[in-house]
Write a protein that binds this ligand. Structure first.
Ligand SMILES: Nc1ncnc2c1ncn2[C@@H]1O[C@H](COP(=O)(O)OP(=O)(O)OP(=O)(O)O)[C@@H](O)[C@H]1O
Length: 303
């Protein structure tokens, strides 16, 4: 059974179609990335998953529980870290987390609350009022709040937008640990390198539609624009390699060539051809495609 099953979800805001039939099946234990430009519909989808917004069509279930019909069972299995910081300013960090535990019917949750606070470097703020915390600290509490009931599915809506490097690292260490322990993670982020490093599978959303869905490695592989840049100290580029040159003007002047390659395996035959021709390499650089290239290409292709 899927941890999160999204079937043909549609959402309209008056004349605007925010989601135009989104289907995704996310398995237990996945670290799943949901990417897309501003306005793609990521937050709308997360609000529907969390039961905060109702879809006009389609269904979402968490571990088999429909988020509308079986709201409490579904919500109990889900932890959501929202984008916006909303708190009651008069409670301390610990009180905020205890209240959240109470909301899920959990008593005697202190041990886990202490562990969550320790993992998010919040222990020394436990008795501080929410209103006295910095923005970054409030965001840590937001993450802690989403985790008090040890939900098997954790959804994070841009949790690292505008936060410092330290929090990002603390957060990813903890979330990665939870993922290793079996929790399913769904993450939206604008930091593509973050998604590339953490997510095993990625869906790209544009204008309310899924425009790409694949493993992170396949998405990166999908683009074969890795390049080997060589600068020759002596000799010329052999004819056999000329079709690989990306910029034709490099054939006319200079001694630097940008060669298209599909894989690491392509590098050695190129070097062998250069050696055989008597050329001497002065400098060499390998440039690989990353998720950013894939993202740009897919988004431009879907215009
Ligand atoms: N409550 C609302 N009323 C009207 N339109 C809305 C509402 N919420 C979202 N929208 C619109 O729906 C579309 C999708 O918005 P959404 O916030 O889901 O995108 P997003 O992918 O999360 O964007 P971002 O990366 O900027 O957070 C946008 O065009 C947005 O303006």
């Amino acid at each position: 059974m899927a941890a999160l099953q999204i079937v043909n979800v549609e959402k309209r805001y008056k004349s605007l179609q925010a989601l135009g039939g989104v289907s995704l099946s996310i398995e237990e234990g996945e670290f799943f990335g949901l990417l897309g430009p501003n306005g793609a519909g990521k937050t709308t989808l997360i609000s529907i998953i969390a039961g905060l917004t109702q879809a006009n069509a389609g269904s979402v279930s968490i571990h088999g529980y429909d988020v509308v019909r079986d709201y409490r069972a579904a919500r109990g299995r889900l932890g959501v870290v929202p984008q916006e910081l909303v708190f009651d300013p008069f409670f301390t960090v610990r009180e905020t987390l205890c209240m959240q535990s109470g909301y899920f019917g959990l008593k005697n949750n202190d041990q886990w609350i202490d562990e969550v606070m320790a993992n998010l470097d919040l222990t020394n703020k436990a008795d501080v009022n929410m209103r006295a915390l910095s923005g970054g600290m409030k965001r840590r509490v937001l993450v802690a709040q989403a985790l008090v009931h040890k939900p098997p599915v954790i959804v994070l809506d841009e949790p690292t937008a505008g936060v410092d490097v330290e929090l990002r690292q603390t957060l990813w260490k903890f979330i990665s640990r939870l993922n290793r322990e079996g929790h399913t993670i769904v993450l939206t982020t604008h930091y593509l390198e973050e998604a590339e490093a953490l997510c095993n599978r990625i869906a790209m959303l544009k204008a309310g539609k899924v425009v790409a869905l694949d493993s992170t490695s396949n998405l990166v592989k999908r683009i074969s624009n890795s390049q080997l840049i060589v600068r020759l100290a002596r000799g010329a580029l052999p004819d056999a390699l000329k079709p690989l040159v990306s910029h034709p003007d490099e054939l006319v002047s200079g001694n630097k060539y940008t060669l298209r390659i599909n894989a690491y395996n392509d590098v050695e035959p190129i070097l062998a051809a250069l050696r055989e021709s008597g050329a001497v390499i002065d400098d060499m650089q390998l440039q690989q495609a990353d998720l950013e290239d894939v993202f740009i290409q897919i988004m431009e292709g879907e215009k």
